[in-house]
Design a protein around this ligand. Sequence first.
Ligand SMILES: [Zn+2]
Ligand SMILES: [Zn+2]
Ligand SMILES: [Zn+2]
Length: 315
Amino acid sequence: MMAYKDPKKAKENYLRYRKRHLEEIREKDRIQKRIWRKENPEKVKETNRKCYLKYQKKRILDQRNYRLKSPEKVKESNRKCYYKHREERCKNMRDYRDKASPEKKKEWYQYVQNWHKENPLRRKEWHFAKKFEIVSHYTNEEFNCQNCGMVGISFLTIDHIEGRKKLRHDRNTGTGEVYRHILKNKFPSDFQILCFNCNMIKEILREKKVSQTRRSVWRRLHRKQLKIEVFSKISKPNPHCQCCGYDDVDGLSIDHINGRKKEGHGRNFTSSDLYSWLKRNDYPPGYQVLCLNCNAAKGQLEICPHKKMEMIQIE
Ligand SMILES: [Zn+2]
Ligand SMILES: [Zn+2]
Ligand SMILES: [Zn+2]
């Protein structure tokens, strides 16, 4: 560069040079600063700290105002952050929970139980809303069984088309977990909507195909004979649903009229246990035959929609 005697001209020249090589100069600056920061970490820390304290109050206020002004955006970004770190957080929580003392575990368990007792509707509402969304998507808002056409959301269930094992879902996988899986994966094609009767019949057919050893064939035959015998005694003369008249034995079940708990039949008391128990005790009152659809609807709504319609007609 040529040296100018006139300072004004020199400045002009410098500015022109700077304008032409602006990016280069900035890059050089950046590199130098980076090096300086690496060499003086203590100083950097101090400056940052000072700056932080200087604007602390203002920042807190600004943040509060932002949160108040746009709650939707905050919610959105929180949700994004939650899903981004979800796996990691779940793992940490699991580790923490596993290491906790038995007393602490008991305390947590109690807390959750109390919450559900205090908010019985919240859980039910959540389940119903998710089920509604999923069933309406898979049935194109017709709310019918894809096999027999039965209409009514309380009669419908979500079926794993190729079995639960394919998705590593087993008997202990809760419905809530299945709902979450479907919504997270944007309605995958592994599922269809069936009524409870069709779902059970499909399951029985699948079992017949899968296990064909002599022992299991004999066991199935024995179970079915017992079922027909017991059901014929309760819903005379032939096994049928005492609410809607459905008469395929595979879709029928025994209903505890006043609930399982009152009779002291826990979760481990299987249906076969119940059939032989009924036969042994000479068919005590308090039991009726319902198809799985009516049984499920009764469980969800306390009165099956069929009965409700009858009541309306009588009135
Ligand atoms: Zn059906
Ligand atoms: Zn029925
Ligand atoms: Zn019914």
